[in-house]
Design a binder for this molecule. Structure first.
Ligand code: ADP
Ligand code: MG
Length: 433
């Protein structure tokens, strides 16, 4: 499995697995926690079974168990020699690609699984599958990493036979404006049409400039008609890009749209471990868990804090304790976590749906109240990390209703861009006041 999976995926899902025993035709495989177990069971079961059967044809089934008596922790990695934390990579001016972004270092989990699967499929059938590919998600959740990763993979896989090009929408706009002003628009046009994969990052910034949009529309069509791959990222789904013309929006909607949402705790742990691995550094499990617990919404921020902690550890030449890490995290997150109370959250939901707070906390099951109430529950948990019993009580429900509502919304948010958008707008309401 290690040979066949990417390094990040292997480290996330299988590194801590153990073959523990064989019971008749069943091989028992232990995994460290339930989250990993569910994932491996669903994603890798068949694959694993195939490999095991190569060694022992009498095995017919795999049984997955969590930790327990079977599980022995992995031995410590040998101490690593010192070296710079940041590996020095440079963006290639021709392709706009930075080799530090690799699909193989992209940790995959429930929050980005579809986007990653599409990315991989695209590198295997460039321009033929999922074209255009539109990926959206909040700040610091891996959009640039993913789309750059596709470009780099295409570069390596096709050894220069296919030409990828990455550009931010600001750079693209600057180029077009420059071309128009200096009578060089033809050469700019050529630059963007003479590629096999065009990647435009953060398309939300393209709008508003009519000429740029017009030009992009034509480039889009030219590439599309020639079966060239188009990849677009944005901080929101196509239908919520206000400035975009309808004809452009509907082009995006004709391809594959995937979102990247917030990573779960276990995935955040996996990301931290994979970054530590890349940097050849280590931190205690307690500190890793602490970082993962405190930095939930932005992987870039999480990485920043991680680097600060590593830096401290190096400078002090001692292992960073939880207390030391906590201080760094507090400092790093203080400026951007605004404290809001539960009443503000419920009020914002009510305002958004033109309801009253009393409607939301009432016992009615009217359809137009049920969803807002579920969203309120979701946000109380998501923003304030309140306990289910507390949330239940606050809304006159029991804790199972609170759990159910939270899970329902978290699930649907990934499938329903409209709902996702509503929630983003309510969050805006909450945080702007
Ligand atoms: P965005 O473009 O969505 O704002 P980036 O792609 O710049 O976010 O990601 C922010 C940082 O987090 C980058 O350093 C990136 O490498 C890292 N990152 C994001 N998602 C992942 C992931 N799934 N696995 C590993 N690193 C990730
Ligand atoms: Mg980005």
């Amino acid at each position: 499995m290690q040979i066949q999976l990417s390094r990040a995926n292997f480290a996330t899902w299988l590194k801590n697995s153990r073959l523990v025993e064989k019971k008749d035709d069943t091989m028992v495989v232990a995994l460290p926690n339930n989250f990993t177990k569910t994932w491996v069971e669903n994603k890798y079961q068949k694959h694993l079974l195939g490999i095991i059967r190569n060694f022992d044809g009498s095995v017919r089934k795999i049984e997955f168990v969590v930790g327990g008596k079977y599980f022995t922790p992995v031995e410590e990695r040998p101490a690593q020699e010192a070296g710079g934390i940041d590996l020095d990579f440079k963006t290639d001016p021709e392709t706009g690609l930075n080799p530090k972004y690799r699909l193989s270092s992209f940790v995959v989990g429930p929050s980005n699984e579809l986007a990653f699967a599409a990315a991989t499929a695209i590198t295997e059938a460039v321009g033929k599958k999922y074209n255009p590919f539109f990926v959206y998600g909040g700040v610091g959740l891996g959009k640039t990493h993913l789309v750059q990763g596709i470009g780099n993979e295409v570069l390596m896989k096709y050894k220069g036979r296919l030409k990828p090009k990455y550009v931010s929408s600001e750079q693209y706009t600057r180029d077009i404006v420059w071309g128009l002003r200096n009578d060089r628009i033809e050469s700019i046009k050529k630059k963007y049409r003479d590629v096999d994969v065009l990647i435009i990052d953060d398309i939300q910034f393209i709008g508003g400039k009519e000429k740029t949009e017009e030009e992009f529309f034509h480039t889009f069509n030219a590439l599309y008609e020639n079966n060239k791959q188009i990849i677009i990222s944005s901080d929101r789904p196509p239908q919520s890009l206000p400035v975009l013309e309808d004809r452009l929006r509907s082009r995006f909607e004709g391809g594959l749209i995937a979102d990247i949402s917030y990573p779960e705790f276990e995935m955040r742990v996996a990301i931290i471990k994979s970054k530590l691995d890349e940097m050849n550094r280590s931190l205690s499990d307690a500190v890793v868990a602490l970082i993962a617990k405190r930095l939930r919404k932005n992987i870039r921020e999480l990485e920043g804090v991680l680097k600060k902690i590593i830096f401290l550890q190096e400078r002090k030449q001692t292992e960073v304790t939880e207390k030391m890490a906590e201080e760094i995290i507090d400092k790093a997150t203080k400026s951007n976590t605004k404290h809001v109370n539960d009443t503000q959250i419920i009020k914002a939901v009510a305002d958004f749906f033109n309801l009253t707070v009393e409607d939301i906390v009432s016992h009615t099951r009217r359809k137009e109240i049920v969803e807002p109430r579920q969203i309120a529950i979701y946000l109380l948990r998501d923003i304030s990390d309140l306990s289910y019993p507390y949330i239940g009580e606050k809304l006159g429900r029991d804790h199972t209703t609170a759990i159910h509502s939270y899970e329902k919304i978290s699930h649907e948010i990934n499938k329903d861009p409209g709902l996702n958008q509503k929630i983003l707008m309510i969050k805006d309401l909450i945080f702007k006041n």
